[in-house]
Design a protein around this ligand. Structure first.
Ligand code: NAD
Length: 477
């Protein structure tokens, strides 16, 4: 049973109501989640407000010390956390062990370390000395999605806490388990009461209550663009600070002068890793016409070799889709692609594994060609194991197609021509551009999207600046 973590204690929701938590690989409920509401959020806000007075005053080294205690407990429980992530989300256990949990640990390590080097500015003239203090905001809300549950939960709470804020966090209702286990570790590590509070429940109830709470000074949100839009409009009345990391429809641009083998292997990952449920996955693959037919054949053959099925099996490449509703959404886009004249080169259907996962929610890795770049399937986020192939001839043409969506989160360019790489990278409309690679993440770099992919940047000192308020002090000399 998952419980809320409020004022240092694990509590049932005040309503006494719960809903089911599913293991998507077997399509069965295996636990219950608190259906929290504004009363639980209010309790968390009071606890966070009380804790803020002391937490904001202790030296950053002391706050880092708590992080390192939590890290050692995460390392101790590494396998349990990875398994919980796999069961809750449907992702392969091997992926949770190699990506999700190591990165969650790294998030805490990273912010515990960089806070020591955080500086504020000073400006000196003959007339005056100006210096800027950066103070924590107070109580902040952190709302995270289901695709990388503990990875994104810690990515949000770590910079907020390390810079002296107290947090009310809400993980996705679909994947609450690792955030719950994390709250148990916070208690064991002796994190002061009320510094971190974790409220479980639906976005439309618990999430909204966090956004609307008058004591919450800022919201850091990762999730869908539609939800981001709602949060932005609710938060505008109270002038809350906002950081929104939203959806994407990322282009992968393959030029004929690329390192072909490297590109082929990486594009398989950028298309289908984590069932294609990473906001950074490339879902529109633009391929130069000179290598289009070869790429189509090789890529489709390699996609067919991916092993879909039981996430607990060590050789599984692609696990289950997080929910039945999401699986149906993905399948509906494939159906629409066929209606619009798209040719399914491989996949295209629900997948039924043999054995214990035969009822589970799986979708075959799917490659589609023959769709216009401006059709719905090529413009809207599907967020599943579905990619489209689109041939192109010139840079101008491909940039026009790549930039045609409302989104602008990430992009990938494959070319060995240095000038072309710089030229295309500077013209592509996205917050993150990878050239000849994908998902290399240096946590010091600014992370975020343009257009409907979000507002603000996370990562490094950008995140610390977001969670602090600048105050300038001017002294006449
Ligand atoms: P979602 O927007 O449905 O939910 C995200 C979180 O917001 C959940 O915790 C949910 O309960 C909460 N929520 C929902 N409605 C709310 C409301 N009205 N007020 C406050 N909170 C509310 O997104 P999802 O389906 O969980 O995640 C998938 C989406 O996340 C995709 O669009 C994906 O691209 C995006 N995403 C973006 C990034 C990024 O860094 N840009 C990273 C991962 C995922």
């Amino acid at each position: 049973m998952v419980k809320n973590y409020i004022n240092g204690e694990l509590l049932e929701p005040l309503s006494g109501e719960y809903f089911d938590n599913y293991d998507p690989s077997v399509a069965k409920a295996y636990g219950i989640v608190p259906d929290s509401d504004e009363r639980d959020v209010d309790m968390a806000a009071q606890a966070a407000n009380n804790a803020f007075k002391e937490w904001s005053q202790i030296p950053a080294e002391e706050r880092s010390g708590y992080f390192f205690k939590i890290i050692s407990l995460m390392q101790r429980d590494f396998n349990e956390l990875a398994r919980a992530e796999c069961v809750d989300n449907g992702k392969p256990f091997s992926l949770a062990k190699s990506v999700d949990i190591p990165r969650a640990i790294r998030n805490l390590e990273f912010f515990a370390s960089i806070i020591q080097g955080f500086e504020s500015q000073s400006h000196h003239t003959k007339e005056a000395l100006n210096y800027t203090l950066r103070s924590p905001l107070g109580v902040v809300g952190a709302i995270s999605p289901w695709n990388l549950p503990l990875y994104l939960f810690t990515w949000k709470i770590a910079p907020a806490l390390i810079s002296g804020n107290c947090v009310i966090a809400k993980p996705s209702e679909l994947t609450p388990m690792t955030a719950y286990l994390f709250s148990e570790l916070c208690i064991e590590a002796g994190l002061p009461k009320g510094v971190l509070n974790v409220i479980h429940g639906y976005g439309s109830k618990a999430g909204r209550a966090i956004v609307n709470h008058p004591d919450v000074k800022a919201i850091t949100f990762t999730g869908g663009t539609k939800t981001g839009r709602e949060i932005a409009s609710s938060a505008s009345g109270t002038f809350k600070k906002l950081s929104l990391e939203l959806g994407g429809k990322n282009p992968v641009i393959v030029f004929h002068d690329c390192d072909y083998e490297k590109m082929l292997a990486t594009t398989l990952l950028s298309s289908f890793r984590n069932q294609g449920e990473i906001c950074l996955c490339g879902s529109r693959i633009f391929v130069h016409k000179d290598i289009y037919e070869k790429f189509k054949k090789d890529f489709t053959e390699n996609t067919k070799k991916l092993k879909v099925g039981d996430p607990l099996e060590p050789d599984t490449d692609q696990g289950a889709i997080v929910s039945k509703e999401h699986m149906e959404k993905i399948l509906s886009y494939i159906e629409l692609a066929e209606k619009d004249g798209g040719r399914i080169l491989c996949g295209g259907k629900r997948f039924t594994p043999e054995g214990r996962c035969r009822e589970g929610w799986f979708v075959e890795p799917t490659v589609i060609e023959g769709l216009p770049y401006d059709c719905k399937v090529n413009q809207e986020e599907i967020f599943g194991p579905v990619v489209t192939l689109i041939p192109f001839e010139t840079e101008e043409e491909v940039l026009n197609m790549a930039n045609s969506t409302d989104y602008g989160l990430a992009s990938v360019i494959w070319t060995e021509n240095l000038s072309r790489a710089h030229r295309v990278a500077s013209q592509i409309q996205s917050g993150i551009v990878w050239v000849n690679c994908w998902m290399i993440r240096d946590l010091r770099t600014p992370f975020g999207g343009v257009k409907s992919s979000g507002i603000g940047r996370e990562g490094g000192y950008e995140a610390i600046r977001f969670f602090t308020e600048a105050k300038n002090i001017c002294i006449k000399i």
